[in-house]
Every structure is written in C-alpha cells, then in structure tokens.
Write a protein of this length. Sequence first.
Length: 541
Amino acid sequence: MKKPDVPTSTDPNEIASLIARLERGQLSESDSLLITRLLRLLLQLLALLQLKNASIKRLKRLLFGPGSPAGSEAADNSQLQKSDEQPQTSSSKIDSLRSSHPDSHPKPRGHGRRSASDFTGAKVVYCLSPLLKPGQQCPDTACSGHLYDTDSPSILIRLTGQPLVSATRYDQQVLRCSACQMRYTAPLPEGVPPEKYSPSSDATIALAHYGSGMPFYRLARLQRDFGVPLSESVQFERCERVADCLLPLFLYLRKLAAQGEVLYSDDTRVRILTLMKENEQKSESERRGMHTTGIVSEVSGRPITLYASSRRHAGENLDELLKARSPGLSLPIQMGDAAASNWSGAFETIISKCLSHARRQFKDIEVSFPLECRRVISALGEVYGFDAQTREMSPQQRLVFHHQHSAGVMKEMREWIDKEFEERRVEPNSSLGKAFQYLINHWEGLTAFLRVEGAPLDNNRVERALKLAVLHRKNALFYKTEHGAAVGDIIMSIVETCRRNGINAWDYLVTVVKNEGEVRRRPADYLPWSYPREDIHQRAA
C-alpha cells in the first residue's frame, strides 16, 4: 500500500507555479498530489496552532523545512523589495547610513578580567622582600648591578567570603565583691563603641535592599546560613536609621536639583499596600494609581537622581521640585516622553521630547512596514551618530554642529512623511500612520535639540535611573506604607546619585551614618562629590 505524502516543507515558487496552472486550467496528476500535500500541511499547521504550545522554531521548520528559514526569509525580503513601490535608491541610502553609524561596527571582545584598580574597596597590604632591599647588590653572582625599586609592584587580588553583616562577640569579664556585691565589668577593647549596630552594618543592609533589590527575607535567610541571624523587622529598622541620617542630604539635593539646567522625568508603577486599601473606598472618578517618579537633574555637570513614590505623576512631582528654583535663573530644559502626565505645566520650562520613544514607535512595527520603518530608524540613527561626535563640544558648538548636519536629515524625513500622507500612500488609522502622526504631533519638542543649547535627544538618563526602582519592585513586590516608600525613595536617591557620580555608595553611607550630627548641621559639606574621606577600613569599624 502506498504511503501518504507526508508534508515536510513548502516551496513558495512551487505554489506560485501551481496557482498559475490552476488559473489556466492546466492541472496534471502531479498537481493533484501537490494540492493534497499542501492541504495536509494546512491541517497539520491548524492542529499545531490548536495545541497552543507550538514554538516559532517548530512552525518555521514545518513551513520552510529543516535548515532553510534564513534562506526563505531572504527570499521573502527580496520579493518585498521587488514588489514595493519605493525606489531602490532609498534602500541603498539606508544601507549607507547604517554603515556610517558608529554603532554598526562590531566592538572588539575583551578578555573578561578586571584590573586591580577596579577593586577600590580592597584592603591594601604592602609586601616587602625579607632578604632584598633597594641599593643591595644583585643576588645573581654573575651580575655586578644593584637593585632599585621599580615602584610597579606585582599585584595579587585575593577574594575571601563572609556574611554581608558579620558579628563579633565580646565576652566582658564580670568581677563581683564578696562583701558588698558590687559588680565590675571589664571594658571593651579600645576603639569599640558600646552600640550593637555599627555604621557599616546599617549601610550594608540599606545598600543590599534598596541598592541591589535583595528582599529582606532573602537577606535574613542568607544571614541565618552564615550563623549571624538578622530578622526582617530589624533590617527595616536599620534602614529607617540610615534614611533618617540621609534626610538632610536628600532635602539639600532636592534644592540643588531644582536649579538644574536640564531636568529629566518619567514614571514607573509601584504598589503601596495602604494606598491599595484606600482604593477600595474610592469611586471610579477618583485617582487610584500609584507611581514612582524618577527625576534626573544636571547641576554644573553633576547628575542628581531623585525618586518620589505616591499618587502624583511625574509632571506634578517636577512642579513640586521647581518651587525651590531661584527666580533669577533662566528657564530649565524639561525632557520627557509625550505622555500627558509628564507635563502638568505649573512652571514654565523649555519642552524637549524623547526621540528614543519616537523611534520605538517604528521599531515595534518594523516587521509589518519594513522599508518605511527602516528609513525613519536610519535617519534617527544618523542623528544619533552626529550627536555622538558632540560629546566633547560646548553646548553652543553642539547646537551649531547639529544645525549643520542633523537639521537636513530631520527636514528631509519630515518632508517625506508629509508627502506620504498627501499622496495617500499610508492609511492614517494604520499603525504606520499613527507612528507618523506621533512624529508630526510632537515635532516641536522632538527637534528642540536643533534650537536650544544643551537640549538632549532622549530621556534615557531617567529611564536608566528608573531601573533601580523597577528592580526593587520586582524583588520586594510592594511597600507596606507610604512611610516605607519614603524610606526607599531617600536611600535609593542617594545611592543612585553616588553611582552616577562615580562615588563608592557604601563608603559614603558609612560616612554619613557615622557623622550624623555633622551632616545635620552642615549638609553642604557632606555631598557625595565633596564629603571628607577617611580610610575605608577605619571608618567601617
């Protein structure tokens, strides 16, 4: 008995030929077998889709055969290019733009090892030769030279493990008088204070939870495994202590941030259980959302990162911040995406909108409209390439450079988009039409870098800053109260500001907690980039 023809793949050219013969009414016996095979392939494809667990890889193997998806995609792309109405010069122009973009060249792979200078927190031990000294004759008997110090030591980095929070037990001898029963307790070693929690332990707990996203229960489990138990409630108490020490600095940084030349802002979701409980009593018309707003402000070249978790949106939090702005300063540049919640407008600012968000509109639909999206993405890539060349320029030089190079690219892209609408080559209600309309609606803000000195291209700085809040949300899931959210906002603001300025965050937290009184009296002297540094290991005691 003849076995049925099992479908393993399909050839688009074979199907096209079959359709042509079908239209001419010239079907042969082999064509009937081909039709049968294609129908079986369709049934098998439907059966896989009904299972709802078919992988993309399996479907591609079924449609194109083993080892042929790349070739089929290339064939499909070539057919798309041939059938598209766009001239071939536009695709060649896109290729040339991509080749000229600095990011298109592959970066050399590194060796993966870190240099000794990266270990800034390592304890340094100087090892001197017990037998040899500078000026001494060379030990080689055949050599008449003398030794000298090269001032370039051979370095070994040795890593050791320990609990995040370690403990030292002091057993103080207690003597008692047999007559008067007076007790005499031996003193602690010199330099050891009587407090249970050292500044270094408080800084470590705060940095682990709010700086690295480690939930309290995980740290409690880890500490228990090391034999140094640290309960979840105690951890939060210590974080409250750190936030209390950091509060004067946080408030001072807010005043500084209000004076910034460029202000970036955006929101991400947050859960606060007490507010979620309030939502049960609120009507549908009342505000029920919760957000963590990230604000990055550049002040004299130093970035300051601030977080605020509440029901308020980014625009409202930025307005609250700008209340502390000095009236004599020029208007700040406000960067954000086009969401209405970012622009409440109580204070006048220079509006600059995010090109990265505009680019994402086209990146999401590139599969459906490859040629049009590639043209926009390539044009924006060219602008970013020009911007990369301005990093060492002054704001005025950067503005002139963009006028000379980027203005023509943006103008050409806008004229092309307008022409697409005028000649009705794009449906306004399609995803491509909406992406084009996004550019047109926000063109003034998206091109602010062509008119305003220092206007950035995108909102990526605050997007990167919000990753810390997102990490905390993914691991800790929620804040219990608004007070707990405030503790997190204060600590994360200081930690992220330290990181963006290249400051050792743990070292800074230890210093602030240890010098709490001085910080309250003179917060300006304890900013992350100007605080008095001591030896890191002495300060950890």
